[in-house]
Write a protein that binds this ligand. Structure first.
Ligand code: PEP
Length: 248
């Protein structure tokens, strides 16, 4: 199974900057058989731009969130069906920045994952512990609780789901989990998925948290790390492509 390298641009970009960045990525992929599947998750106003720029390329596009509601009076929300209209293949749900700044609960994240799946959009479900939780020995319990909420909601699902283990203390901080630390948590998640889902082989588990061109190879070499969710380094074409090339 090919690994998946997902870029999360967060609230960055402009029409001009996106065009330059995507063009540099596509130029870098010319004549190359990519080592991994790729997706770029852009702020919603730019999804149509990504759809146009990436059509027919090996890079998929996705959103950074999706509404837990189907449609109606939910000002500012973006539904899974709207994402599907733009041929979005993926939607990140439960990113720690949304859990932290928008008070998203495990139940909200599970509802969002369900909406995405129902519309044919693959959710990238983020789980991860804070520094305090790690230091008090709660890492395993936290990620298992976060994942259980989603697994419970999608238990009969036969579609692809992606899980991203993102220790909160490693996101955007330059502090990466060591490959051994990440692998240990991925093994726990893998076991939980194997016990609870009908098709564990369809679930990829990505690592996210300051993954970059220099540390990607050692993280991606771990047996239970099926790819990466990349924030900062996905804003630089050369770094993103170097991470993709590291995914042997
Ligand atoms: C992220 O935003 O999901 C992320 C992993 O960010 P960074 O790579 O910048 O730590």
């Amino acid at each position: 199974m090919k690994k998946l390298i997902a870029g999360n641009w967060k609230m960055n970009g402009s029409l001009a900057a996106n065009q330059t960045l995507v063009q540099a990525m596509l130029d870098g992929l010319q004549g190359v058989e990519p080592m991994a599947e790729m997706v770029l998750c852009a702020p919603s106003p730019y999804l149509a731009q990504l759809q146009a720029l990436l059509a027919g390329s090996p890079i998929a596009w996705g959103s950074q969130d999706v509404s837990a509601q189907e449609s109606g009076a939910f000002t500012g929300e973006i539904s899974a069906m709207m994402l599907k209209d733009f041929a979005c293949r993926y939607a990140i749900v439960g990113h720690s920045e949304r859990r932290q700044y928008h008070a998203e609960t495990d139940a909200t994240v599970a509802a969002k994952a369900q909406r995405a799946l129902a519309a044919g959009v693959t959710p990238i479900v983020c789980v991860g512990e804070t520094l305090t939780e790690r230091e008090s020995g709660q890492t395993e319990a936290v990620v298992k609780r976060q994942l259980a909420a989603v697994i419970h909601a999608v238990t009969h699902c036969t579609s692809e789901i992606v899980v991203a283990y993102e220790p909160v203390w490693a996101i955007g901080t330059g502090k990466t989990a060591t490959p051994e630390m990440a692998q240990a948590v991925h093994a726990v998640l893998r076991k939980q998925i194997a016990a609870a889902t009908q098709h564990p082989e369809r679930v990829k588990i990505l690592y996210g948290g300051s993954m970059n061109a220099a540390n990607a190879a050692s993280l991606l070499a771990q047996p239970d790390i099926d790819g990466g969710l990349i924030g900062g380094a996905s804003l630089k074409a050369a770094d993103f492509l170097q991470i993709v090339a590291s995914a042997q």
